[in-house]
Every structure is written in structure tokens, then in C-alpha cells.
Write a protein that binds this ligand. Structure first.
Ligand code: PLP
Length: 440
């Protein structure tokens, strides 16, 4: 064998090789420092190199890292399920642990379908979703994702789950003004349900704040109340994909809480392990689980590493750290500060079209013309260039946008670890400003 290869996102690109991380910074082997302005992919919520987590990992590894869930339960898994149930609103008391956000959304879809089967309604098996969305890369999760660029090569294998437009107020897909739209984009769900037939639909899934596909698209007040009300009226379960928004990213354990909505099923991921271990979860309410408990008594899904004690111990330690440091309390204040600082850039750089978000999940959308909101042509590759220049300058930001659909533009997500200080946020904004200046 002459050469061996590690497959990276861009096969022909040279990536810096990371050495270590501490707090909000990563360092490569050359000693260059990067401010992690995106927590990787909105994941490293408590920053890098946190000693308490390293200690918890070591302690668990010394006891046992893996057991097969059909043979053993474990203390970390039991405690984690209990702590999560006590930290989220409502009676989302059932946790099913998996290893990635894609697995969590696919498990959500399967639990929803199984719920109706066990209730004697097997035709209720379609899942509806929105365009400009991302629910994961495996085929079931991709079926639900309204992300044309990621779907394109696999359409023959995918279900047509996306049926309604997103709440994208900056570029309302229905051409309405947020002041007097009457939440028509939420009502589109009712129209879709009537067309498809509630008897054929198990659930509707949505990201409370749209991440990768749109760049922190934040719905108008009342949107999720309307969505939940429509779902309830038609006996359709509401799945919140909180893989990116959950675990405190927007200032509460679930983003949905902030609109007073309790989902029937929730998918969690990313911040759950905060990058220290692969772990994700599907939470289900008592109502969702009841027919399954009275019927098959088992969720018809699972993975070899589901609920492994090592990952569960990490997630438990992350939650305990978040409690000890009162991290959630500060997210709104920090988010407001960062939003305000970014809005200053708006004045200087006319190609900033929109700044939106919740907590420490902020999206910045770029346009060729701020008045007409005309997007940059694809061959300009604005976002990719900005992300690369920023990384050269020592700032990591996350590219967003669903591509090739004509409605979502060039955006980035700014989502530093929730532990970032005000001073570090100032540094983030200075670095971003330098990157934008290079692009101007
Ligand atoms: N759901 C949402 C909202 C996401 O943002 C992502 C990943 O970006 C996923 C699901 C898929 O998670 P994973 O990449 O861990 O499979």
C-alpha cells in the first residue's frame, strides 16, 4: 500500500491538525490559536478541555465503558434519563439514548409511527416537515430534511416529508409582511394535513430555530403555539428537533419552552455530549409511550452503542457542570450582548442583510443588495470564502444555507461556547470584522 487516506469534507483540501483545546480556543500543531465562534458545529457548548468532564470520563472508563443495553442497564444511563426528565418541561419522562442527532430524529420518527400502530392506526405513518430544514444525514433523517443540496443525489431513496415553507421572515416564502401575516406559514400545515389526510400522518417535525439549512431562522411569536394547536386538533404528534437548539443553546433546556410549547417527542444531540462523547437522545412523553407500554413493550429501534455508560457519564457530567456554573442563566444576557455587537457591523458592511437568532445561536445572512435582498450568485461562494478567511484569521464560524432552492441565502451561524465571556465576545466580533473587511 503506497498511500493511505483519511476522508475529509473536502478531499483535496489541507486542514490544520488540531493539537488541543482550552475554553473557547483550539490550538493546532503549529501553535496557531482559533477562537471557536461556532462551538465546532454548535456542539462544544461548555468549551474545550473542561477538567470536570475529563475527570468524569476517566472515572467511568476505569469502571466500565461499554455494556450492551439488552444485557445491562447502567448507573450513568439511569441517572442521565432521570436528570434530563427533571430538566425539561412537561412529562417528557422517557429517554432513548443514541449516538448522533440523525439517529435521534430517526428514532423520533419511528416512535411516532409505532405509537399509532400500537393504537390500531397503522395508516398514520407519514411524517411531515418543512423546507429549509435539516434533521440529519441518514436516509430517514434526510427524508425529513428540506435541504435540497443534501437531498439531491439520493432522491430515489427518500420520502417526500417536507411539505410546508419555513417561518423565514426575512424572505417570507409566502411574500407576506411579519406585521400582518397572521402566521400564514403555520397555517400552511393545516392545508397540508387536509390535502394528505390526518389518517395518514403520524407526526410533524420542526427545528424550533432552523440551524444548518437557514442560519438561525427564528419564528415569529405565536408560531409554535399555532403549530402545536393544529397538530393536537388533527391528532398528529409534534416532534421538536432540538438537536442544535437543546441543552441550553438558546437559554433554556429546550428552545420550545420559550414559546410555552411542550412537544410530544424531542430529539436532542450535539450539546448533550458537548463534543466530549457521541451521545444523543429521543425523549417521549407519557402519552406517546402509553400505547407502546400496553402493547409491544419495546421501541423497535436501537444501536449497539445506545446508552453506553461512557457516553452517558459524559452527558451527566456536562449537565452537572452546567448546573454548577449556572450556565443557562447567563445565555440570554450574553446572546443579547453578542447580537448588539453584531448589529454594529451591520452599519459598516452593507452586505449584511439580516441578523437573527435566540440566545447564543445567532445567524447572519449576507446579500449582494440589502434593499432588494438579492442573494450573491452561487459562483461567488460568499459564505465559503468568508468561513475560510475567518479561519485563516483564527476565527471559526459555521456556514449555513440549504442551497439550490432559490429561497435560502448565504448565512453563517455564530454560536460560541455558552461559557464565553463578554471580553471574548468582543474579540470574536473584532475577528469577524477583519474577515468581513478582507471580503469587502
Ligand atoms: N438535527 C439538527 C437540527 C441538526 O442541526 C443536526 C446536525 O447538524 C442533526 C439533526 C443531525 O445530527 P448529527 O450530525 O449528529 O447526526
Amino acid at each position: 500500500m503506497d498511500r493511505t487516506y483519511l476522508i475529509k469534507p473536502a478531499l483535496n483540501a489541507d486542514y490544520p491538525v488540531v493539537d488541543y483545546g482550552k475554553g473557547i480556543y483550539l490550538y493546532d500543531l503549529q501553535g496557531k490559536r482559533y477562537l471557536d465562534g461556532a462551538s465546532g458545529a454548535v456542539t462544544a457548548n461548555i468549551g474545550h478541555g473542561v477538567e470536570e468532564i475529563v475527570e468524569a470520563m476517566k472515572k467511568q472508563a476505569e469502571k466500565v465503558s461499554f455494556v450492551y443495553r439488552a444485557q445491562f442497564s447502567s448507573e450513568p444511563a439511569e441517572k442521565l434519563a432521570e436528570k434530563i426528565a427533571n430538566s425539561v418541561p412537561g412529562d417528557l419522562n422517557w429517554s432513548f439514548f443514541v449516538n448522533s442527532g440523525s439517529e435521534a430524529t430517526e428514532t423520533s420518527m419511528k416512535i411516532a409511527i409505532q405509537h399509532w400502530q400500537e393504537k390500531g392506526k397503522p395508516t398514520k405513518n407519514r411524517i411531515l416537515s418543512r423546507w429549509v430544514s435539516y434533521h440529519g444525514i441518514t436516509m430517514g433523517a434526510l427524508s425529513m430534511s428540506g435541504h435540497p443540496a443534501r437531498r439531491a443525489r439520493f432522491t430515489s431513496l427518500l420520502e417526500d416529508c417536507p411539505v410546508i415553507p419555513p417561518p423565514y421572515c426575512y424572505r417570507c416564502p409566502l411574500g407576506l409582511k411579519p406585521e400582518d401575516c397572521g402566521l400564514q406559514c403555520a397555517r400552511e400545515l393545516e392545508t397540508a394535513i387536509r390535502r394528505i389526510g390526518a389518517d395518514n400522518i403520524a407526526a410533524f417535525i420542526a427545528e424550533p430555530v432552523v440551524g444548518a439549512a437557514g442560519g438561525a431562522l427564528t419564528p415569529p411569536a405565536g408560531y409554535y403555539i399555532e403549530i402545536k394547536e393544529i397538530c393536537d386538533r388533527h391528532d398528529i404528534l409534534f416532534i421538536a428537533d432540538e438537536v442544535m437548539t437543546g441543552f441550553g443553546r438558546t437559554g433554556t433546556m429546550l428552545a420550545c419552552e420559550q414559546w410555552g410549547v411542550i412537544p410530544d417527542i424531542v430529539a436532542l444531540g450535539k450539546g448533550m455530549g458537548a463534543g466530549y462523547a457521541p451521545i444523543a437522545a429521543t425523549l417521549a412523553s407519557e402519552r406517546v409511550m402509553e400505547p407502546i407500554l400496553n402493547g409491544t413493550k419495546s421501541i423497535m429501534s436501537g444501536h449497539t452503542l445506545s446508552a453506553n455508560p461512557q457516553s452517558c457519564a459524559v452527558s451527566l457530567a456536562v449537565l452537572e457542570y452546567m448546573d454548577d456554573q449556572s450556565i443557562l442563566k447567563e445565555v440570554k444576557r450574553k446572546g443579547d450582548y453578542l447580537m448588539m455587537s453584531l448589529e454594529q457591523l451591520n452599519i459598516e458592511f452593507p452586505f449584511i442583510g439580516d441578523i437573527r437568532g435566540k440566545g447564543l445561536m445567532i445567524g447572519v445572512e449576507f446579500v449582494e443588495d440589502a434593499v432588494s435582498k438579492k442573494s450573491f450568485s452561487r459562483d461567488i461562494n460568499f459564505t465559503a470564502r468568508l468561513v475560510n478567511i475567518a479561519q485563516e484569521l483564527g476565527l471559526l464560524i459555521y456556514p449555513a444555507g440549504a442551497g439550490i432552492d432559490g429561497i435560502s441565502g448565504d448565512a453563517v451561524i455564530i454560536s460560541p461556547p455558552l461559557t464565553i465571556s463578554l471580553k471574548e465576545m468582543d474579540e470574536l466580533v473584532v475577528l469577524l470584522k477583519s474577515a468581513l473587511t478582507e471580503l469587502s
